[in-house]
Design a protein around this ligand. Structure first.
Ligand code: CAA
Length: 377
């Protein structure tokens, strides 16, 4: 992999940075405090081509690849980590459609997603099936022309606003990874309702809801891939998704580092700026070094994906390291701020909360270690 970005990649990064600093940065604090999902701004993001970045142009996407996607997402997350997860999950929902959808499904769902006209979601998690999707209990029963779905999903990002949702449920009788299937669920499908909206610690300007199914009808033509392949569809999508969360973590960490540098320059104690103390310098140096390491791990995974090489291990390594790194950097930045950092008027208070979930969702750090250990052993 070349460490030099192409002029197209640089251009995409600058375009995303420009959007983030002008449209997100001035509003992120207020959206977080008031728990506002910024639908109008999210639509602008879609119109810029940031929803289907890895989708080929023939299906309405930008065809820009995973490296460009990561760069753009880092910039969006720098200014608003909530908007970054909204963008990341919509890109994630394009992936299974691209890989497993038939032409009709691509035309109907992938195109509007990639063109930014639709918002997407990915529904796998259930109250008793988080790290272990093999224990999903929401069931789809084959009724001939359609399936009848009963059960529920929780913690679904974008769920309340999504036009189409990649839904993973059980179709077979046996409790096994091979009896899960993927479906394309449309907003407003009969028997499908949105349940409660979660009151979260961070990412408060992202939408996280429960999905409820009571004899919900999904037409057979909305089965994604073959019956019984839902687990593999989900795992493949999560491989890409993990590059997204690593990128989000990087954006949060960079924002933290800039806050730390700025604060340490201006804050005076013992008659001098605190950035003159070695204790502070070391925290800043360690943070900068870890960010650099996470950046290269993440772009390496993205580059492998762009080259169509297997990247499961690389994506898990990037997600594991970058998310834990973001938490360490947020911790140090808050420490540098002292008591002020604990107050809501300082940006680090939000960044610290936003960083926390990155080592939990789209596979906990413990799950990433399982994936990496299996691959390297
Ligand atoms: N790509 C394709 N296929 C894969 C795969 C991958 N990355 N990983 C596994 N598979 C296949 C395996 O080859 C295997 O196939 P066969 O049975 O045909 O041989 C099958 O899937 C089962 O694999 P495992 O035996 O490895 O499955 P497991 O039950 O041991 O699970 C696990 C492994 C890694 C722990 C997995 O369950 C996992 O990743 N869990 C975490 C789930 C997760 O990330 N949830 C997050 C929810 S989404 C979210 O957070 C979104 C959001 O809103 C932000």
């Amino acid at each position: 992999m070349s460490f030099q970005l192409s002029s197209e990649q640089e251009m995409i990064r600058l375009m995303a940075r420009d959007f983030a600093r002008n449209e997100l940065e001035p509003n992120a604090h207020q959206w977080d405090q008031k728990e506002i999902f910024p639908l109008e701004t999210v639509k602008k993001l879609g119109a810029l081509g940031l929803f289907g970045m890895m989708v080929p142009q023939e299906y309405g996407g930008a065809g820009a690849g995973a490296v460009s996607y990561s760069l753009a997402l880092q910039e969006i997350a720098y200014s608003c980590a909530s908007t970054a997860v909204t963008m990341s999950v919509t890109n994630l929902s394009c992936d299974p459609l691209l890989k497993f959808g038939n032409e009709e499904q691509k035309e109907k769902y992938l195109k509007p997603l990639a063109e930014g006209r639709y918002l997407g979601a990915f529904a796998i998690t259930e109250p008793a099936a988080g790290s272990d999707p093999g224990s999903i209990t929401t069931r789809a029963e084959d009724k001939g022309d359609y399936y009848l779905v009963n059960g529920s999903k929780i913690f679904i990002t974008n769920g309340g606003f999504a036009d189409v949702i990649i839904l993973i449920v059980r179709t077979g009788q046996k409790k096994s990874n091979h009896s899960l299937s993927g479906f394309l669920l449309e907003k407003g499908a009969p028997g499908f309702t949105i349940g409660r909206t979660e009151d979260k610690m961070g990412l408060r300007a992202s939408n996280t809801v429960e999905l409820l199914f009571e004899d919900c009808r999904i037409l057979k033509k909305n089965l994604l891939g073959k019956e019984g392949t839902g687990f593999k569809i989900a795992m493949a999508a999560l491989d890409s998704g993990r590059i997204g969360i690593a990128s989000q973590s990087l954006g949060i960490a960079r924002a933290c580092l800039d806050e730390a540098i700025q604060y340490a320059k201006n804050r005076r104690q013992f008659g001098r700026p605190i950035n003159s103390f070695q204790a502070i310098q070391w925290m800043i140096a360690d943070s900068a070094t870890e960010i650099e390491a996470a950046y290269h791990l993440t772009l390496h995974a993205a580059d492998m994906k762009d080259q169509e090489l297997p990247f499961t291990k690389e994506a898990s390594m990037a997600k594991l390291f970058a998310s834990e790194m973001a938490n360490r950097v947020a911790y140090k930045t808050l420490q540098i701020h002292g008591g002020y950092g604990y107050m809501k008027e300082y940006k680090i208070e939000r960044l610290y909360r936003d960083a926390r979930v990155t080592s939990i969702y789209e596979g906990t750090s413990e799950v990433q270690r399982i994936v990496v250990a299996r691959e390297v052993m």
